[in-house]
Design a binder for this molecule. Structure first.
Ligand code: PLP
Length: 404
């Protein structure tokens, strides 16, 4: 058996040698996590404010999730979708209950959920008209990296060298009602929306844009897909971020935190699309892994029993007020955007130097969209932990000003 405990310290040089160059990893060799903290092989500890990019909604080592994983693993880890599986049925029913929608399909990753939603949209539309094929997303969005999902991800840097992309996809300018009216038509199959753009820098979609989208959906009969992969499962203080608005999506995509840290994704659809996917029309070997579903159930139970929606609202509001105070103090901060525990701080210039300095001071933040410091803290974050982050950022801006 390989002895992982005794492995040599890992280096970025080794990383460069053995991996394709897809990730800009931090030079941290992590050994374990506990609560909100990550520990490294050099004996340091870091407050993790990015939660494994929005996955670890309960921090590290949640007892209920661990117990669910252990119990299910002992029964079976995998059997396939040839069988009926307790944890899958229970989690599907839970997702239907919290969303009020009708049907569930399980996949393994966010991008796969997007693919499933795209295929479902095309199939639904094809039964209405052979001309109804176009799938739109919004500019500055992020939907994933497989061909369909990257075609909907409106960032040229993710497309370079990979063209041609999936045909009959296109972009509507974020929150631009005129562009929306100009683009959608009877030929539109679906519009994909992140109600709060995550990777894009924490930008909520406007109410006016959604009202128009709703009106045009009635007029032209297309589907609206809510991409809840990052904003879902309680992060915005509602179970799904679309619930912050008076808007009913036809399909919801869920992933990142859904499997309590294990790879799990789902699409949930309403009655309109309930019968579109037929036997053999879509599927995946690992979709709805029994252990991941058991962990997902534990996650949702924990959110409900520990009042974590309320905690997201409370800690989110606290961080917003504290960061607004920093904004009043430091001209480097341009804007603080916050909805629950999705927080973006726009700075003048690049945000990555701030993220690097925070790391040196023991806090893990994330730089996104060039000038945004992004925080996706666990839903279990306490006020003391939030205070620590504020103090560290305060110190970094003050030091920068002192240095001139
Ligand atoms: C991360 C993300 C995806 C892609 O999920 P993967 O699991 O990385 O494939 C899609 N949409 C949104 C909004 C995301 O944040």
């Amino acid at each position: 058996m390989p002895d992982l405990e005794k492995s040599e310290p890992l280096t970025i040089e080794k990383e460069n040698e053995i991996f394709f160059g897809t990730y800009a990893r931090l030079p941290l060799h992590v050994t374990h996590g506990e609560g909100l903290y990550l520990y490294t092989s050099d004996g340091k500890k870091y407050l993790d404010m990015i939660s494994g990019i929005g996955v670890n909604a309960l921090g590290y080592g949640n007892e209920r999730v661990l117990h669910a994983i252990q119990t299910q693993s002992a029964k079976f880890i995998h059997t396939s979708n040839l069988f009926m599986i307790d944890s899958q049925f229970q989690l599907a029913e839970k997702l239907i209950q919290v969303s009020g929608l009708s049907k569930v399909f399980f996949a393994n990753s966010g991008t796969e959920a997007i693919e499933a939603a795209m295929k479902l949209s095309r199939k639904w539309a094809s039964s209405r008209s052979s001309e109804k094929r176009k799938i739109y997303s919004l500019t500055n969005s992020f939907h994933g990296r497989t061909y369909g999902a990257v075609s909907l991800t409106a960032k040229p840097k993710y497309h370079e060298g990979f063209e041609p992309l999936v045909p009959e996809t296109g972009y509507i300018e974020f929150n631009n009602i005129e562009d929306l009216e100009n683009k959608v038509s009877g030929k539109t199959a679906a519009v994909f929306v992140e109600f709060v753009q995550g990777e894009g820098g924490i930008f909520p979609v406007s109410k006016a844009f959604l009202e128009k989208l709703d009106e045009l959906r009635s007029q032209y009969d297309f589907l609206v897909v809510a991409d809840e992969i990052q904003a879902g499962c309680g992060r915005t203080g509602k179970f799904f971020s679309y619930m912050n608005y008076d808007f009913a999506p036809d399909i919801v995509t869920v992933a990142k935190p859904l499997g309590g840290g294990l790879p799990l994704a789902a699409i949930i659809g309403n009655e309109k699309v309930a019968t579109v996917l037929t036997k053999g029309s879509h599927g995946t070997t690992f979709g709805g892994n029994p252990v991941a579903c058991a962990a997902g159930l534990a996650l949702i139970e924990e959110i409900e029993e520990k009042g974590l929606l309320e905690n997201s609202l409370k800690i989110g509001a606290y961080l917003k007020s504290q960061f607004d105070e920093l904004k009043a103090k430091y001209s480097q901060i341009e804007e603080v955007r916050q909805i629950g525990l999705m927080i973006g701080i726009s700075v003048k210039g690049e945000s990555s130097p701030y993220v690097q300095k925070a790391l040196q001071k023991g806090v893990i933040l994330n730089a996104t969209s060039g000038n945004v410091i992004r925080l996706l803290p666990p839903l279990t974050t306490t006020e003391q932990e939030a205070q620590l982050v504020v103090a560290v950022l305060d110190e970094i801006f003050a030091e920068e000003n002192a240095a001139g």
